[in-house]
Design a protein around this ligand. Structure first.
Ligand code: MG
Length: 351
């Protein structure tokens, strides 16, 4: 099999500000695995929180021995062996994982959800994310989100009360809050108690990722479910979070792909936890891959593709926020950007 990559620069509709960063664009690395007349596509959406960049993802992908993919349908064997080799480059590992699943679906001539035994009607509705901003811009963003049933509101800087008051002045739709590690435990307690009366469904990562004991203290004092995001990467992390969080946010790019995401869903269920599938800013390729397994989860926050203006891929759609899966084999995605397609054509098929 051959591996080729193409870097895509995705422009954000608005500056995307969260507690630790602000961006006007993000870069992803799209990946094509090809051989024996078949191809599969994946996406590495690097997360700066974990020290990843498009450069680091490309570097690790270009140094991968293509021979390890020669029996691409043996996904368990391949990915089990690659995790250690990829180290902290979970986004790049996710790209290989996603491409292998796409390839497998095409080989079997079936959509991935069908291969996974899932009912495509059972997809959840995604939330639409409102980044941290002035009251004026928040107003504009809430209007843009009119088609979505759930809002995800970012917090963790000094205007949390103003943001929520602005949102509640415009809509009574359910809100999910993400503090992105931005609060102390006392601040979290005060703010969450205030938010509890405002139709807030859940609070994501109120405290820094390593403050598990403090999160347990907080969980004992609030009634709204707390979700781990930065505190949870792979299935092995989940048992340590019992009592500190009521649920987890799984991202393919954070955990290393579909295989690990499914392990995490089952581990979380065994620990009696709720499950959300989330994302970073990424194209419809990565978002569609996550959406394929979304019938397994309680909440979806799969809107990274909705926040960019130059999506190079067509895949999952939303109708009033509900995820509508494409019917094609594998991921069912189509690449629509000519320069990306040309870059991914890569070296000629060895077979
Ligand atoms: Mg989060």
């Amino acid at each position: 099999m051959t591996i080729s990559t193409a870097r895509v620069r995705m422009a954000l509709r608005h500056t995307f500000r969260i507690a630790r960063s602000a961006d006007d664009f993000r870069e992803s690395v799209l990946v094509r695995i090809a051989g024996a007349g078949r191809e599969g596509f994946g996406e590495a959406a690097p997360m700066s929180r974990y020290g990843q960049t498009a450069d680091s993802a490309e570097r690790v992908l270009s140094s991968l021995d293509e021979g390890v993919l020669d029996t691409p349908e043996r996904i368990e064997e391949i990915l089990g062996g690659l995790r250690e080799w990829f180290g902290g480059e979970s986004a790049a590992l996710a790209a290989i994982d996603i491409a292998l699943h796409d390839l497998l679906g095409k080989r079997l001539g079936a959509p991935l959800y069908e291969i996974m035994g899932l009912d495509p009607e059972r997809t959840p509705a995604t939330s639409y994310t409102i980044g941290i901003d002035s009251a004026e811009i928040i107003k504009m963003k809430v209007e843009e989100a009119a088609d979505y049933q759930y809002l995800k509101v970012k917090m963790g800087l000094d205007n949390d009360y103003e943001i929520m008051e602005t949102v509640r002045g415009l809509t009574d739709r359910p809100v999910r809050i993400d503090a992105n590690e931005g609060w102390t435990k006392e601040e979290a307690l005060e703010k969450i108690r205030w938010l509890e009366g405002l139709n807030v469904e859940l609070i994501e990562q109120p405290l820094p990722s390593d403050r598990i004991a403090e999160s347990r203290w907080l969980a004992e004092r609030v009634s709204v479910p707390l979700f781990a995001d930065e505190s949870v990467h792979t299935a092995e992390d989940i048992p340590h979070l019992i009592g500190a969080f009521h649920g987890i946010n799984i991202k393919l790019t954070k955990c290393g792909g579909i295989r690990e995401a499914v392990r995490m869903i089952h581990a979380a269920r065994a620990c009696n936890m709720l499950v959300m599938l989330g994302c970073t800013i990424e194209s419809s390729l990565g978002i569609t891959a996550a959406a394929q397994i979304s019938p397994l989860v309680d909440y979806a926050d799969l809107d990274g593709n909705l926040l960019i203006t130059n999506d190079p891929v067509v895949g999952v759609k939303t109708v009033e926020g509900k995820l509508v899966l494409p019917v094609g084999a594998g991921l069912g995605i189509t690449l629509t950007d000519r320069s990306v397609l040309e870059a991914l054509a890569g070296p000629p098929d060895p077979t």
